[in-house]
Write a protein that binds this ligand. Structure first.
Ligand SMILES: [Zn+2]
Length: 183
């Protein structure tokens, strides 16, 4: 996973699935330490945090799928599901309750509080993403479920990345055309 590719650290968290299609059944990590490494790499967690156990991973996955549901709906111009929106709202409110606020010359800076664990940091990352002014640029890959901010010109970016989905989608279209030609 490359942090900058999707446009925000919280999107890198949403995109910790490796499925080719729309199933979201395969995680990009197998163990807690691998998940933590991905969160550190994208900037959602600092180094040296405790490796999440099974319960924490399960909670993070529930939050990830709820947040995916909400952002996927935004990308499609749909209203998000009630349950998914509520799960995300609850996680954000709880993380904000314990967060440290710093009022600076350029605005409010929100950071995880002293007791904030990985879950709170991820929820604050999602809150930060939700506050962005360019959310009309949220897109979902046409092939997989990766979500990204599209700042490309022209007709826009259709794939999470050319290497992962763009080239394979183009190859599939090419093969389909060839088959049609043979028949
Ligand atoms: Zn993709």
């Amino acid at each position: 996973m490359t942090p900058g590719d999707f446009g925000h650290p919280a999107l890198s968290f949403l995109n910790t699935v490796t499925d080719d299609g729309k199933t979201r059944a395969r995680n990009s990590f197998a163990r807690g330490d691998e998940l933590l490494a991905e969160l550190v790499a994208c900037g959602l967690a600092p180094r040296g945090m405790q490796v999440p156990g099974a319960g924490q991973i399960a909670a993070l996955m529930t939050l990830r799928e709820a947040a995916y549901g909400v952002f996927s709906a935004m990308a499609a111009g749909r209203k998000p599901g009630r349950e998914e929106a509520l799960t995300l709202e609850t996680a954000m409110k709880s993380a904000l309750q314990d967060a440290s606020f710093t009022f600076r010359g350029d605005g409010l800076s929100i950071a995880a509080g002293p007791l904030g664990g990985i879950y709170d940091r991820v929820a604050l990352g999602l809150f930060d993403l939700m506050q962005r002014s360019d959310l009309d640029r949220i897109r979902e890959c046409k092939r997989c479920t990766h979500i990204f901010l599209d700042h490309g010109r022209g007709r826009g970016r259709r794939w999470c990345s050319m290497a992962r989905c763009g080239n394979r989608a183009k190859a599939a279209t090419f093969r389909a055309r060839q088959r049609a030609h043979i028949v």
